[in-house]
Design a protein around this ligand. Structure first.
Ligand SMILES: Nc1ncnc2c1ncn2[C@@H]1O[C@H](COP(=O)(O)OP(=O)(O)OP(=O)(O)O)[C@@H](O)[C@H]1O
Length: 331
């Protein structure tokens, strides 16, 4: 199933905040929307999902599986969200209901879309929690969001988004609110889940280094317009627009010191994947200790403490950082 956005325009108060954006996400593709704050990334995603704020008017075309979905009635869009298209937002705290157990919340998305009993939904919640590598899923489903760490909450939000096996996942800055070590674990999980399910991905970020870890194609936005798009590898090697060049400078600063590393060595989603059976293809087999809790020493691998060089960057992107077992359930 493919997504095609053509000449999308969004006006708010007579101002064109998204001004003729076009891009395609073929079946199974992983596309990043990248740009500075205010470039129109989130509104583009919200328009695709039919979730634009009041006062925003969209025109152009959004085709999902060859069907026009821009302007569909709310009821049909609601069915599409969850059934076909999953969503993960930046701040899991706001996506989760603080007074409901996480099991009930994961199960709820299953119940709404698959009309199963409460008991079945809870059983599915355990399976889904396991799928996103949450520790001790049987016990975890009876906990409340505030009892989990930030990384665990984001895993719950991902489980909710994927519970009904959507064909497209839209993730809007899903790791921006997380510590850099936790970020790596979530990115690796997302990449594995999307790859293993053959899902398509639209990943929104302002960080080219993050984008390079999950997407193979990037659409660069500025002031609501596409300034450049192409394979991530090509953009990293030869960014043509000043915007992409600036994003690349910022990205390299995020992960390693540019004077000792080369930008093309940013962990790259196009890099061949390890053989089946490895931890990366089966994230559930190796719970990522780094985001099982807010590790007291999590800052030890913040950008300024990260060893310089591409190897360090690759390390940050691919290997679950090691932390002690006593960090596991710390909220
Ligand atoms: N509800 C709103 N009312 C008025 N203007 C809005 C609203 N939402 C977004 N905008 C404006 O639309 C433009 C694009 O916003 P959008 O949130 O899509 O940008 P973004 O690239 O996702 O930025 P960020 O990375 O900060 O989330 C910005 O100029 C923003 O100020």
């Amino acid at each position: 199933m493919s997504l095609e956005v053509t000449d999308l325009r969004i006006e708010i108060g007579g101002r064109a905040v998204v001004d003729g954006i076009s891009f395609a996400v073929p079946d199974g593709a992983r596309v990043g929307l990248i740009g500075e704050s205010g470039s129109g990334k989130s509104l583009t995603a919200l328009a695709i999902l039919g979730l634009l704020p009041d006062g925003a008017v969209a025109s152009g075309s959004v085709r999902w599986n060859d069907r026009e979905i821009l302007g569909l009635p709310d009821r049909e869009l609601a069915r599409l969200r969850g059934d076909d298209i999953g969503i993960v937002f930046q701040e899991p705290r706001t996506a989760l209901n603080p007074i409901r157990t996480v099991g009930r919340q994961i199960g709820e998305s299953v119940r709404i879309h698959e009309k199963v009993s409460k008991r079945e939904a809870l059983a599915r919640a355990v399976v889904e929690a396991e799928r996103v590598a949450l520790p001790d899923p049987e016990r975890l489903v009876s906990r409340y969001p505030h009892q989990l760490s930030g990384g665990q909450r984001q895993r719950v939000a991902i489980a909710m988004a994927l519970a009904c096996r959507p064909r497209l996942l839209i993730a809007d800055e899903p790791t921006t609110a997380l510590d850099v070590t936790i970020q790596a674990g979530i990115l690796s999980l997302l990449r594995s889940l999307v790859h293993d399910a053959g899902m398509s991905l639209v990943f929104i970020t302002h960080d080219l280094a993050v984008l390079a870890q999950v997407a193979t194609h990037a659409v660069v936005l500025e002031h609501g317009r596409v300034v450049e798009q192409g394979a991530v590898e090509a953009l990293l090697r030869a960014p043509s627009s000043p915007v992409t060049q600036a994003l690349l400078r910022d990205a390299t600063a995020t992960l390693w010191h540019p004077e000792t590393g080369t930008p093309t060595a940013i962990p790259d989603a196009a890099t061949p994947r390890p053989a089946r059976g490895s931890a990366e293809r089966h994230p559930e087999s190796t719970p990522d200790a780094a985001d099982q809790g807010s590790a007291p020493d999590a800052g030890a691998r913040r950008p300024d403490a990260t060893p310089a060089g591409p190897a360090a960057a690759q390390d940050a992107g691919r290997r679950p950082p090691e932390t002690g077992p006593d960090e596991e359930d710390t909220p």
